[in-house]
Design a protein around this ligand. Structure first.
Ligand code: OOB
Length: 550
């Protein structure tokens, strides 16, 4: 076993040999590597980002040069590299260059802050961190200097750090990549939405992720004529590979990168670039439905709008074709693998009312009750799944894996679904302790542990409360800590105004100080004297939600 394999062994739960043999024999897994998927005509446009227009030929040159620069730095096959970039050409180049040399991008979201990034560096034992310079007043370089990594690479103004452009500009031309990755290697580590105190990483191999993006491109009718607008963060599985940026590049189409999905930015881009496809989360789709009737922009090129990441109300779904003049596709996916799509030829009631059916004929679905027994057809139960692009375990998380996967390798999604005779799934709810804030996933346990670190908080319970705009918002129930007799100032000491009941603003400032991503901040806090309990003594979050919505 070489060094790379040794480092991967504890990290990765392989598919059992009989599944590997089957997925290869049936053609799901091939030998294409993630670093080689951008195979369009060299003269055609691959990526448009701001004023940057990059042909396939130029993209390949930049990827080859960046790969050489990374090798010169000492980054090699199997090394983990945290990538926290905006929707820029730099992201596409960095991702493909790392994949080409077999280094493993760990895809952080632009919104993540020091708490999340430091944890990722440690969990993945990262060699390097690639970041943007600044965004919206936040300086990634300042954060980078404090991180436990050997190399920091900056897309933009690098100051004293290494510039991504400089890395690609070395002399001597592209270096020979002597230690190329194998299709069975981990190609990328995706972030899980999280249900536990600490986020998890999902190891996606080259071959399973290539299948994921190619099969998705096929189901979505992506061709060399597709112009895909990426407005969601491309570090997220949906905009990256469902079919996303990578699926479109694999088909030789054009990717247009935008930094936000607001109609003000997206609509002029649709007109200018003749965009044909785009992926949105439900709150953005809602904004587009509101803005489209008043726009002066020509949206007629748009043929397909994908909506996923959270529940999309059927009434809104039904308005998409008429208001935006394009077909709707609902997407129910997860970074852990399984993707469900409504199909382009599905009748309107399925497109409007279901979240699609599995992408692959080899996807296995079980819908089970609390005891793990299959429910009757059409009944609601927890969705379990395994298949050729659903990994068998999280990265370096053996204990958690025993809970998150069944003994026979099914991933417990924590989603409550029912299946129609057509095979389409309807998402009815969720069992996992998570808030889905318009597609952004927040682990209740993770936020609770941050809240518990506040000196004035004795206990915390975080719940999702329904919201007409983003679907769900985050409400933190807090029990304030009573100042202990010995902590109280003596009568003659000046009283330190200990915040006995910090306000929402003070709680948010506290979380910001701790380096927690802002999308995880509570929208609301409520103080209570005690938490309602279930019969077995657990905190009854159901009762807390009921109290919040009364
Ligand atoms: C996508 O991926 P993640 O990893 O951010 O979140 C997965 C979870 C699912 O388990 C489910 O709870 C929820 O997000 N979800 C939906 C949904 N799509 C995802 N809930 C209701 N309706 C939907 N359409 O969110 C993701 C990954 C790839 C493609 C699309 C979405």
């Amino acid at each position: 076993m070489n060094k790379t394999e040794a480092r991967c062994a504890d990290a990765f739960t392989p598919w059992p040999p009989e599944f590997e043999a089957r997925y290869k024999a049936e053609g799901y897994w091939g030998d294409v590597l993630l670093g080689d998927i951008a195979r369009g005509d060299p003269s055609r446009t691959a990526v448009v980002a701001g004023r940057d227009r990059v042909s396939y030929g130029e993209l390949d040159r930049r990827v080859a040069n960046t790969a050489s620069g990374l090798l010169r730095l000492g980054v090699e096959r199997g090394d983990r590299v945290i990538v926290q970039l905006l929707n820029t050409t730099g992201f596409v180049v960095t991702f493909l260059a790392l994949a080409r040399i077999g280094a493993i991008p760990v895809l952080a979201l632009p919104a993540h802050r020091e708490s999340e990034i430091r944890y990722l560096c440690e969990l993945a034992d990262a060699r390097a961190y690639v970041c943007a310079d600044t965004d919206g007043g936040f300086d990634y370089r300042a954060m980078a200097r404090a991180l436990p990594v050997e190399h920091v690479i900056v897309d933009g103004d690098a100051q004293e750090l290494v510039a991504l452009a400089e890395l690609a500009g070395g002399t001597g031309g592209p270096a020979e990549i002597w230690n190329r990755p194998a299709p069975s290697d981990i190609g990328v580590l995706l972030l899980s939405g999280g249900t536990t105190g600490l986020p998890k990483l999902i190891p996606r191999t080259h071959r399973d992720y290539v299948y994921n993006l190619e099969a998705s491109a096929e189901v979505c009718g992506v061709t060399a004529g597709t112009v895909y607008l990426a407005v969601l963060p491309v570090a997220h599985n949906f905009a990256l590979a469902c079919p996303g940026v990578l699926g479109v590049l694999a088909a030789g189409g054009t990717v247009v990168l935008a930094s936000s999905g607001s109609p003000d930015e997206a609509f002029p881009l649709i007109e200018r670039e003749r965009v044909t496809a785009c992926a949105l989360v439900p709150p953005l789709a809602h904004l587009w439905l509101e803005a489209a009737p008043r726009t002066r922009n020509d949206l007629s090129s748009l043929a397909l709008l994908q909506v996923g990441g959270a529940r999309f109300a059927p009434e809104r779904a039904a308005r998409v074709p008429e208001v935006l003049g394009c077909a709707l596709q609902q997407v129910f996916g997860m970074a852990e693998g399984l993707l469900n799509y409504t199909r382009l030829d599905d009748p309107p009631e399925l497109v409007e009312r279901t979240q699609g059916r599995p992408l692959s004929p080899a996807d296995e679905i079980r819908i089970v009750d609390a005891k793990g027994a299959p429910v009757a057809p059409g009944e609601v139960g927890e969705l379990l799944t395994r298949g050729p692009y659903t990994p068998r375990g999280y990265y370096r998380a053996p204990e958690h894996n025993r809970l998150a996967f069944t003994a026979d390798g099914f991933y417990r999604t924590g989603d409550l679904v029912r299946r129609l005779p057509s095979g389409h799934l309807v998402v009815e709810g969720r069992e996992k302790d998570q808030i889905n804030r318009g597609g952004d996933k927040i682990s209740a346990a993770e936020l609770e542990s941050h809240l518990l670190a506040h000196p004035a908080v004795h206990d915390a319970a975080v719940v999702a409360i329904p919201d007409p705009v983003v679907g769900e918002r985050t409400c933190a129930y807090l029990i304030a800590r009573r100042p202990h007799a010995k902590d109280r100032p003596a009568a003659d000491e000046p009283a330190e105004p200990a915040p006995e009941r910090p306000t929402l603003r003070q709680i948010r400032d506290f979380l910001r100080e701790r380096g927690v991503a802002a999308y995880k901040f509570p929208d609301r806090i409520e103080y209570v004297a005690s938490f309602p309990r279930t019969a077995v003594g657990k905190i009854s979050k159901k009762d807390l939600v009921a109290a919040a919505t009364r």
